[in-house]
Design a protein around this ligand. Structure first.
Ligand SMILES: Cc1cc2nc3c(=O)[nH]c(=O)nc-3n(C[C@H](O)[C@H](O)[C@H](O)COP(=O)(O)O)c2cc1C
Length: 179
C-alpha cells in the first residue's frame, strides 16, 4: 500500500473531517402546527406555521419565525401584534392549504372562513380544530435573512378545547395528502 507523506495525509484527513450539513437532520426536530393571525389597517390575515414556542416566563414570551416575503411578516411588523391559534389533529388539510399555501396578498383568507372570533387586541383567532390561543405584543425582532424572528409577550391566552395538539410530524404522516 502506498504511503502518504505527512502533508498529503493531513490534507486528506482534513477533507474527510470537514463538518457537513445533512438536511435530513432537520426532520428530527419536533414542532407543533399553528395559525398565526395578524391585522393592520383593516386587513386581516393568517398563515400556517410550525414555528411557535415559549421562550420566556413572567412575563410569558412566545417566539414565531415568519418568512421574509410573507404578507403576515409585514402586518406583524407594522402592527406589533399577532395571535397564535394552536391546531389540533382534527384540522382538515383544506385549512392548511387555505392558510398555508396561498398568500393574503392574493386572496382575503377570512372572506369565507367563519370559525373565528376576535380577542381583546382586535385580532382574529380560530375557534374550530384548535385547543388554545395566545395574543402577543411584539417586544423584539431579529432579522435572520430568510425569516424574521418575532418575540412576543403574551397579553391574553385561553384554552379552547381538549383535542390533541397537531404536531408537524402528525401533519406529514396523517393530514398531508400522499402524492
Ligand atoms: C406545514 C406548513 C408549515 C409552515 N410553517 C411556516 C413557518 O413556520 N413560518 C412561515 O413564515 N411560513 C410557514 N409556512 C408557510 C406559510 O404558511 C405560507 O407561506 C403562507 O402562504 C403565507 O401567507 P401570507 O403571505 O398570507 O402571510 C408553512 C406552511 C405549511 C404548509
Amino acid at each position: 500500500m502506498a504511503r502518504l507523506c505527512r502533508a498529503c495525509w493531513s490534507a486528506t484527513f482534513a477533507e474527510q473531517e470537514k463538518p457537513a450539513e445533512d438536511p435530513m437532520a432537520l426532520r428530527s426536530l419536533t414542532y407543533g402546527l399553528f395559525v398565526i393571525t395578524a391585522r393592520e389597517s383593516d386587513k386581516d390575515n393568517g398563515h400556517i406555521a410550525n414555528t411557535a414556542f415559549q421562550v420566556g416566563a413572567n412575563p410569558t414570551r412566545i417566539a414565531i419565525s415568519v418568512q421574509t416575503g410573507n404578507l403576515n411578516k409585514e402586518l406583524i411588523e407594522k402592527s406589533g401584534k399577532f395571535n397564535v391559534s394552536v391546531l389540533t389533529e382534527s384540522v382538515p388539510f383544506e385549512s392548511i392549504r387555505h392558510f398555508g399555501m396561498q398568500s393574503g396578498r392574493d386572496v382575503d383568507k377570512f372572506a369565507d372562513f367563519g370559525a373565528v372570533e376576535r380577542s381583546h387586541n382586535g385580532l382574529y383567532y380560530l375557534t374550530e380544530n384548535v385547543n388554545a390561543m395566545f395574543s402577543c405584543e411584539v417586544k423584539e425582532k431579529f432579522d435572520l435573512g430568510s425569516h424574521m424572528l418575532f418575540i412576543g409577550e403574551v397579553t391574553e391566552s385561553k384554552v379552547l378545547g381538549e383535542g390533541a395538539p397537531c404536531t408537524y410530524a402528525y401533519y406529514h404522516k396523517a393530514i398531508r395528502p400522499k402524492v
